[in-house]
Design a binder for this molecule. Structure first.
Ligand code: BES
Ligand code: MN
Ligand code: ZN
Length: 475
């Protein structure tokens, strides 16, 4: 795939196929000049095309083929409508044999060129590593008609590639997507410093959470630290939950849908993808990524309900369920990252609670935090990407709900407010640092029975990569 930006509409429409947006109540200037004012309504009406959201139709005009793409009513148009409508039209390219393609834009919103290219990249994702028959997509030569420069296109492609890279590692089967695979992939990213702590190392450092959860694991647990960028700046600290398979441990999960617990490493996958992107784009920021990685399995030597673990910052937790393991490993990773790197802000990603899925569904991540400024920056960035967030509270009552009789805190506060008490638990490990916690349990992979979003494939979504890219460009 080769994509170039061009300002020249005439040369662009010499492509074999031209994607041209049409509103229900308005024809964008580019579409108008490409097709001629009178022609579109005539031809489109004949084909029953009204410009409704995600409606598409192929028409022949001036000896060329156009793919008219409905983008709905002008008043309700926004960047999400562009994402969904363009993803829909890209899906129509398969099997057309097209080799040269031009993309015209509505020309209504800033950021359309970036988004159209990013969505092109992420809507053509296939996890076919383990399939004999590979899904191929035509190797297209593409022109995007825009006033923006080539740099915008190139960056959009890289952000899309990093999103797909995150999907690749997150989709790995649990016996392949191991802590060692994460370490190996981290070491392949150019221009970063990687430290991998093994079991002996993290025990020595006092990481009782990671020690307990990884005790019955067969794949060796690890804490992998990646450092990118200028060290004279205070870093942004990113922490990602990396449970490469969550069986629940002794508090074992029911077997139905347990296969989906290979996705319990999506937080770490996002952090790995963001660091990869920072390296690809040579982003001029200091970023540290920390990934606590282990499988959570039962066994005669497994940690048990009733156990008490001591975390890196000295606080102890009473284990009521070995299935509330994510917060235990994050506790060590966050407090280590905070102490070791003195970050200006901390953002963690975790497929942390089923409760968050029940509360917010499969298209919105739960956001919790301590710092109004950082919270509004992350919310602001999310509002420009497809990665929606919604704030949940961590108030004193939730802090009280996890007080323990025998340790400092307990690892579950029962079912009520399950996402918030998990957030309250993590709060004990961030100290005074501005911090945002993103519970991505509902959004990190597409789960069965939910409404399909056209640019999201089955399996891992890559949630978080585009979001943090946006945050980094704005702050
Ligand atoms: N990884 C799960 C959370 C999860 C469950 C994500 C389903 C996506 C779908 C996490 O480790 C977990 O098991 N959480 C428990 C916590 C409970 C025991 C307090 C949960 O949510 O049930
Ligand atoms: Mn669990
Ligand atoms: Zn888990």
């Amino acid at each position: 795939m080769r994509i170039t930006a061009t300002k020249d509409l005439n040369s662009a429409i010499s492509s074999e196929l031209v994607i041209a947006p049409v509103f229900e109540d308005f024809i964008p200037e580019m579409t108008m000049s490409a097709l001629g004012e009178k022609e579109i309504p005539k031809m489109a009406t004949r084909a029953g095309f009204k410009g409704k959201m995600k409606q598409t139709v192929f028409i022949e005009a001036n000896g060329r083929t156009f793919l008219l793409t409905g983008v709905g009513k002008r008043a309700s148009y926004n960047i999400e409508a562009l994402r969904r409508c363009y993803a829909e039209s890209y899906s129509k390219l398969k099997g057309t044999g097209t080799q040269t393609l031009s993309i015209l834009l509505p020309g209504v919103l800033d950021g359309e060129a970036f988004e159209a290219v990013y969505i092109l990249r992420v809507s053509h994702y296939y996890f076919d590593t383990f399939q004999r028959e590979k899904t191929t997509f035509p190797d297209l030569i593409i022109q995007v008609v825009t006033e923006k420069g080539q740099d915008v296109i190139d960056v959009a492609l890289k952000v899309g590639e990093a999103t797909n890279y995150t999907r690749d590692v997150a989709n790995m089967p649990p016996s392949r997507g191991t802590p060692s695979l994460f370490e190996k992939m981290a070491r392949e990213i150019p221009g970063i410093e990687v430290t991998a702590l093994g079991r002996e190392d993290f025990i020595k450092l006092g990481m009782g959470g990671l020690e307990g959860v990884s005790r019955a694991a067969t794949e060796p647990g690890k804490l992998v630290i990646m450092e990118y960028g200028p060290k004279e700046q205070k870093p942004l600290l990113l922490v990602g939950k990396g449970i490469t398979f969550d069986s629940g441990g002794i508090s074992i999960k029911p077997s139905e849908a347990m296969d989906e617990m290979k996705f319990d490493k999506c937080g770490a996958s996002a952090v790995l993808g963001i660091i990869k992107l920072a390296s690809d784009l040579k982003i001029k920021k200091h970023i540290v990524g920390v990934m606590p990685l282990t499988e959570n399995l039962p066994g005669g030597n497994a940690y048990k309900p009733g156990d008490i673990l001591r975390h890196y910052n000295g606080k102890t937790s009473e284990i009521l369920s070995t299935d509330a393991e994510g917060r235990l490993v994050l506790a060590d990773a966050i407090s280590y990252g905070v102490e070791e790197f003195d970050p200006y802000a901390v953002v963690d990603f975790a497929t942390l609670t089923g409760a968050c899925v029940i509360a917010l569904g499969n298209n919105i991540a739960g956001l919790m935090g301590t710092d109004e400024k950082l919270i509004s920056e992350i919310k602001g960035a999310a509002s420009k990407t497809w990665e929606k967030v919604w704030e949940l509270p961590i108030d004193q009552d939730f802090m009280d709900q996890i007080k323990s009789d025998v340790a400092d805190i307990k690892n579950t506060g029962g079912r009520p407010g399950g996402a918030e008490t998990a957030g309250a638990f993590l709060r004990h490990f961030v100290g005074e640092k501005p911090w945002v916690h993103l519970d991505i349990a509902g959004v990190a992979w597409t789960q069965s029975k939910t409404v399909k979003t056209p640019y999201l494939p089955n399996g891992a979504t890559g949630f978080g990569v585009r979001l943090i890219y946006q945050y980094l460009t704005e702050n």
